[in-house]
Ligand binder design. Structure first.
Ligand code: LLP
Length: 424
């Protein structure tokens, strides 16, 4: 009988040892993605850095694993920064993103010695300069530019429309100029370069190339208008992965290689010098390495639908409800059986939209079967909630037949641990 193993361990053994629902990462796949990115994102013309966008999934263990592969990190909050600090990663390789960073977060990052702030807007720039100068800190900054490229992806994860909440629109030269002038006068904050990110789960290479060419054109403008040359440029992340059969993403390694040759070509054509090119993949680093293991409970027929209910749901994977995201799944203990029945996989959260897969053909399932939903490693656990007071799942990393518990399952007591006594 053919069964699904992850990192050399069968799913049943993982479920028996750690319980379900369970987030399982194939550690080797994560390392392979990191290696492919680092190897292919290299140039003879400029320095390069791959910074993992930790919002896709973060844990102290993953920070350490990727730091050992030479990666830097994108963090967007004090909470993500805290994890990176706890893991002891090199703070010089940390890029602190986020719109509306609080003063406390800015101070925390300055004190931690982060390498870069990615400035979102004019007001943030003013606050950062004041806080850095007051503390006598020196830090580099990238200014986030919205290049106005629309890529094909879900509207909620599209970040580069002209009215987007992120960055300063490329044609708003007044605000861009204000940031440049303010940083020119600051002793503490140095404008090292610019940043752009056009959205997430984008599979067409041409959108990324268009964004990169636009940003290098922008660097040429900055050279001509402002005398700025030899700047750093971050191209963000957003590389799509395979969720279902119909998805045909370009591999992360190939995408990185393509971005490098595109940047080299555009920089030569436009006569600009790039000091360093940075990319920030999140999803592509961990998405396909992650599996969500559920146990199938009750089943029922409702109208035309055959529901199978799993022991988690939208509280551990909000993506189908939020974005209409599609997933596929397998019965890990019955891999050689042919699909026979169409099912709707729903969770146990109290909401009609709590559907993980609207329609999937599987061998006829029985209560107690395991179900493995594929490609759940990005934005699954990291967007999990306690809706209906369901505890968040445990997370294990598996490699060469060894499973490591990285995050414990959340207990009822954990969930109520922040509450005060509540006597009436
Ligand atoms: N850099 C910046 C500035 C970003 O805003 C993001 C993602 C990334 C890098 C990483 O993008 P990735 O390589 O992971 O696509 N919750 C949504 C995705 C939101 C992405 C937000 N920013 C989802 O579940 O699809």
């Amino acid at each position: 009988m053919s069964v699904l193993t992850i990192g050399g361990i069968g799913c049943r053994e993982l479920a028996d040892r750690f319980g379900t629902p369970l987030c399982v990462y194939d550690e080797k796949k994560v390392i392979e993605q990191a290696g492919a990115a680092v190897k292919n994102f290299r140039s003879d013309m400029f320095d390069t850095e791959v910074a993992y966008a930790s919002k896709a999934f973060s844990s102290v263990y993953l920070f350490r694993l990727l730091a050992a592969e030479g990666l830097g990190f994108d963090v967007v909050s004090g909470g993500e920064l805290y994890g990176a600090m706890k893991a002891g990663v090199d703070m010089k390789k940390v890029y602190f993103h986020g719109n509306n960073k609080s003063d406390e977060e800015i101070e925390m990052a300055l004190d931690a010695g982060v390498g870069y702030f990615v400035i979102d807007n004019v007001m943030e720039c003013g606050r950062l300069v004041k806080l850095a100068d007051a503390r006598g800190r020196r830090v580099k900054a990238l200014l986030r530019i919205n290049p106005g490229i629309s890529a094909h992806t879900h509207e909620y994860i599209m970040t580069s429309k002209p009215d987007s909440k992120f960055g300063i629109y490329i044609e708003n030269r007044e605000h861009i100029g204000q940031v440049i002038d303010e940083l020119a006068d600051s002793a503490g904050v140095e404008l090292a370069g610019f940043h752009s990110h056009i959205g997430s789960q984008i599979v067409d290479v041409s959108s990324f190339e268009k964004a990169l060419e636009t940003m290098i054109g922008f660097l040429a403008d900055m050279k001509r208008e402002r005398g700025l040359d030899g700047m750093e440029l971050s191209i963000g992340g957003g590389f799509g992965i395979k969720y279902v059969e119909a998805d045909h993403p370009v591999s992360l390694g190939d995408m990185c290689a393509d971005m490098i040759s595109c940047a080299e070509r555009a920089a030569s054509e436009k006569g600009v010098k790039i000091a360093k090119l940075i990319t920030e993949p999140g999803r592509a680093m961990v998405g396909e390495a992650g599996y969500m293991l559920y146990t199938i409970g009750d089943m029922k027929k409702s109208g035309d639908k055959n529901y199978i209910f799993v022991d988690g749901g939208m509280s551990d994977n909000i993506r189908p409800a939020l974005y209409g995201a599609e997933y596929t799944a397998v019965l890990p203990e019955r891999m050689d059986e042919s699909p026979a029945v169409s099912y709707c996989v729903a969770g146990k959260n109290c909401e009609s939209g709590d559907v993980i897969i609207a329609d999937i053909s599987l061998p006829e399932v029985k209560t107690g079967d395991l179900l493995a939903v594929l490609s759940t490693g990005a934005y699954g656990y990291s967007m999990a909630s306690n809706y209906n007071r369901l505890g968040r799942p445990a997370v294990v990393f598996v490699r060469d037949g060894e499973a490591r518990l990285v995050i414990k399952r959340e207990t009822y007591a954990d969930m109520y641990s922040l509450e005060t006594e509540g006597r009436v």
